[in-house]
Design a protein around this ligand. Structure first.
Ligand code: ADP
Length: 630
């Protein structure tokens, strides 16, 4: 089991070459778009390089008329003889190149963005599906926010890398190669000088990113702090007001806001230095190209430059050096975003490839009929591999039996039932359902037979109907009402204005702990499972409700194997058998009466509790049972 510090580094560590994995996983399906995008990128770069070249030729041949009008790759017989014809051909080539490049750019954008959107969608849904199959320990080890950030931020990071930086990167590389090739062809000696600007700009851009990135990190973290403070203060406004802390809270918000301002200002100071620096480098590159080129032109091949240069070629050079330098500014950003995307990919792929899941065997058994016999055989379990939580427990439960699990807090009662539900796997021993080792059952099929009401029932945002029928397709109205009634919930639900359609959960009507629990019980009842686990199902419920639920539980548990984990021993008083757990071991077991007679831990716990019960007037208990029980 992982011993993560919660930073998801464990996910990153187990990934090897995440980008390659993603390319293999999602590349083939998108291959046609990728090829179209790639071809259009190269075509675009080539088309954009034509005008500068043709302009240079036109300058020498049409305007200065010191050379014959020729174009590479075009047979001379195709070219017009008249100057005017040559001029209009040049115009047509220049505009035609730009227009075609624009069309190529459109197709490229369409194809590659399409890939980015499809991949991010598939990646997110795959990651979500995989996340759901994680062992519960994964969710113990990682905070909700961290897992959310893999599904949201990391996937988005990859999307933006795919849709922007990858394209920009490919464009920069292709453009540089095309221009380098043409300039080297035109005048390799001058080209060598001009091309030295490329690494200089790339280096400056990369350096800038290295400086600015930690500053952006500070900005993000100060925004985070500011948001948390605002959120806390708005949420806690009643406390602030009632304690008269408005002034000091305003000061704290001002402090957080000031931190944000300083962080931002520091980032801005670096940023505004960057572009002038680039312009400076570009200007030097330009100046040097112009000076050297002009010198070569004037000297007509001397010094180190043994090849002559025409005015037209010089213009072409200057235009190219611009096209070369401009995209280099983005270079650092692309490199930097690649690093981000890489670490995002490590986490996403770490989750996708995670070997640490509850193994859902594809050949898992799916028994049609489950009677509900449960057997724990020498089960030992630990969450962290160190502290033994369940210690060599053996327990046999007959179909239909109701077993009360009691014992001090932390004894391992809940854990024992989680092993049955296979939220965790045992370290030693086996848990069997009708003789089948639960690890050999198909996980879905196992859980289909299980109903569970947890200590803290969770209601999803949605209506009461949706919450209660969760996991059951289209239940009959009457079934729903019966389930709610048996859970003691119908009374309050029918009183609500919208009844079953009342929205609960995050933004819905506010329910008391007891009401939520009753809805959760109704949810379990409606599923009509062979096995039912009620985990302190009555812990939040007031005394009156408890008696109602207790009676209903007795009724509900009649037709099925039921584990009732209870703090209030009265809840399990009528159980067929009560198992007393202490420190991960079964210390006593028997009926309520037998255990009282044994006079051990159970009898002690009971004495503590009847101390409470005796404080209640006799008549109250009877009256409550009499009026609300059915
Ligand atoms: P009970 O239900 O008897 O109160 P639990 O089964 O919930 O006890 O817990 C038994 C012990 O296991 C406790 O010491 C608890 O701290 C520990 N424990 C419970 N859940 C986890 C978990 N997800 N990860 C690590 N330890 C846990």
């Amino acid at each position: 089991m992982s011993n993560s510090d919660g930073s998801l580094d464990d996910l990153r560590e187990r990934t090897d070459r995440p980008m390659r994995y993603l390319a293999r996983q999602y590349g083939p399906d998108n291959l046609s778009y990728l090829v179209i995008g790639g071809v259009m990128t190269v075509l675009g770069a080539a088309l954009f390089s034509i005008p500068a070249f043709v302009l240079g030729v036109a300058l020498d041949t049409i305007f200065q008329q010191n050379q014959a009008f020729t174009l590479p790759l075009v047979p001379d017989v195709w070219l017009p003889d008249s100057r005017e014809g040559q001029f209009w051909l040049t115009v047509a080539i220049v505009t035609g190149s730009f227009l075609t490049a624009a069309v190529a750019g459109y197709i490229r954008g369409w194809a590659l963005n399409r890939v980015a959107q499809d991949v991010q969608h598939e990646l997110r849904t795959d990651t979500y599906e995989q996340m759901q199959t994680q062992r519960m320990s994964f969710f113990d080890d990682h905070k909700t926010g961290e897992i959310m950030s893999v599904l949201n931020n990391d996937v988005n990071q990859l999307e933006s890398f795919l849709s922007q930086d990858l394209q920009a990167g490919v464009r920069i590389v292709v453009t540089s190669i095309v221009i380098a090739a043409i300039t080297l062809y035109l005048h390799w000696q001058l080209a060598l000088f001009t091309l030295t600007m490329v690494p200089a700009l790339a280096y400056a851009s990369h350096k800038f990113q290295q400086v600015i990135e930690p500053k952006y990190g500070d900005v993000r973290s100060s925004v985070g702090k500011l948001n948390t403070r605002l959120e806390n203060n708005i949420g806690g406004i009643s406390v602030i007001k009632s304690f008269g802390q408005e002034r000091s809270e305003a000061d704290r918000v001002a402090g957080a806001s000031d931190e944000y301002r300083s962080a931002n200002w520091s980032a801005i100071r670096s940023r505004i230095k960057f572009f002038p620096t680039l312009i400076l480098i570009t200007a030097v590159g330009y100046g040097v190209t112009f000076a050297l080129g002009g010198y070569v032109f004037l000297q007509d091949g001397s010094w180190v430059f043994t090849i002559g240069l025409s005015a037209g070629t010089l213009v072409t050079f200057l235009l190219y050096s611009r096209r070369l330098m401009y995209p280099m500014r983005e270079f650092g950003q692309v490199l930097n975003n690649y690093q981000y995307a890489y670490s995002a990919a490590e986490r996403v792929v770490g989750l996708l490839q995670d070997p640490d899941q509850i193994e859902n065997r594809t050949d898992g058994k799916r028994p049609e009929q489950i009677d509900g016999g449960v057997e724990y055989e020498n089960v030992t379990f630990s969450y962290d591999g160190e502290e033994t939580i369940i210690d060599d427990v053996s327990l046999s439960v007959a179909p239909g039996e109701t077993v009360g699990l009691v014992g001090p807090t932390g004894a391992g009662k809940t854990t024992l039932t989680k092993l049955l539900m296979r939220l965790y796997d045992t370290d030693e021993g086996a848990v069997r359902l009708d003789g089948h080792d639960v690890q050999e059952l198909d996980v879905r099929s196992l859980r289909d037979h299980l109903g569970y009401v947890s200590q803290e029932p969770f209601l999803f945002g949605g209506t009461i109907r949706e919450n209660v029928s969760y996991g059951v397709t289209d239940p009959e109205e009457q079934e729903l009402v019966t389930a709610l009634d048996r859970a003691g919930a119908w009374e309050f639900v029918s009183d609500l204005d919208d009844g079953l359609e009342t929205v609960v959960g995050e933004r819905g009507v506010k329910l008391s702990g007891g009401q939520r629990q009753r809805l959760a019980i109704a949810r379990a009842i409606l599923r009509d499972p062979t096995l039912l686990v009620l985990d302190e199902a009555t812990s939040h419920v007031d005394n009156e409700t408890e008696l109602v639920v207790q009676q209903n539980v007795t009724e509900v548990s009649e037709q099925r194997t039921t584990f009732v984990i209870a703090h209030r021993l009265s809840t399990v008083r009528n159980a067929d058998r009560i198992i007393v757990l202490d420190d991960g071991q079964i210390v006593e077991s028997g009926t309520h009466d037998a255990l009282l007679e044994t006079d051990g831990l159970y009898a002690d716990l009971w004495r503590v509790q009847i101390g409470d019960l005796e404080a209640l007037p006799e008549g109250f208990v009877q009256q409550t049972v009499g009026t609300t029980g059915d």
